[in-house]
Design a protein. Sequence first.
Lengths: 226, 223
Amino acid sequence: MSSWGRFAETFLNTKVMLKYLPDILSGVVVTIELALLIVVTGIGAGLTLALLRSLGVRPLNWLIIVIVDLFRSLPPLVVIVLIYFGLPSVNISASGFVSTWLSLAFVLMAFSEEIFWAGITSVAKGQWEAARSTGLSFGQTLMNVVLPQAFRLTIPPLTNRTIAITKGTALGTVVAVTEILGQASSAMSNSYNPSPLMMGAAAYLVLFFPVVVAARWVETRFAWKR
Amino acid sequence: MEAIVQSFFNLEIIAASWPIVRAGLWNTVLLSLLVVPLGLLGGLMLALLASAKRPMIRWPLMAWVDFFRAFPPLVLLILLFAGLPFAGLELGGFVCVAIAFFLNTGAYYGEILRAGIDSVPAGQIEAARSTGLSRLQAMTYVVLPQAVRNVLPDLLSNTLEVVKLTALGSVVAVPELLYQARQAQSLTYNPTPIVVAAIIYFVMLWPVVRLLSRLENRAFAGR
């Protein structure tokens, strides 16, 4: 057999791939569910924290800063392991799925709060003052004047960060979540063949490559013309 | 309250597991000192190639970078660690981590450095070249110092991510901080060592996070 033939037989084995395709597909579904949950809750929580911070209540702001800094400095895998293996000791048990979701949502919350906050503070003070003096309320100023400008500035860092954190769903495999990597690894050990792993890798590319390309487009589309 | 202290801040457990955790801390530091320069080197190579501005070179490089932006580093690591042995190539966990980081973080550093090089006005290169500097000299002495300064917050932020990412080593049995803490946890039946590891990460990286958020706020406000 040619060396390419041997390579294909090992890494791209059609028989094995067909057999485990349903497993990988169910992994894809779990990954998508997990990713959507993380993005919606993480960014939602981040935006909420940034808005709370704009109220300017000192003790509350310190609390927000500490929480944000905590989740920016801890590796996501450490947070996952802590929730999954640590909490049962105090009789709270979270499934692997919930542990991964909560951990990555907290991490995304922290990063997006920081990005939204930087966006909000970047809007010049005069804008606030001008809007308020025309009779807009605090909420109206925030919604109609400050946030539209802030969003534009936050889009490139936010898309980057969101992609990087959502890719982290693969970490769920460490706590037995049956997402793509988990399915691919167990299929690999069952079949003693790496083809399922290649399929899993391809599945990640199919899922995330379009997102990365779309992010590039959005970045150029929303970039400030300087 | 008692239960929380017993499970998460147990002093006896901390004392008993400290040698194991300390060894892990040391390995995390060593691993970071290896993978950060490796990633920077890979990134610099990519950025210099991309600065050629020829579509023939630039497009494949962009695809390369986007590939690694889309590919989870853990999948890359598992592919090297568990996939390559089937091709008769058995690399240890440590070597796999080094290769995966070279590829993955190299792509990220490359993208940052490319943006930095792009931010230096073309007139700078023209001026440098017209004073008789070679292309390489102009790059090394004129363009790169300005490029690096322009993207310093991004470089620092990526370095923070790289150090955090070394925790992935635990999945392929590299005895870094998280792996050692997990070992200590299973030896003592108590999650305190993991809490200790988390505290160590926080104490090590918090100053960097603080510095970064000041730099980022300043960069945003400067526009």
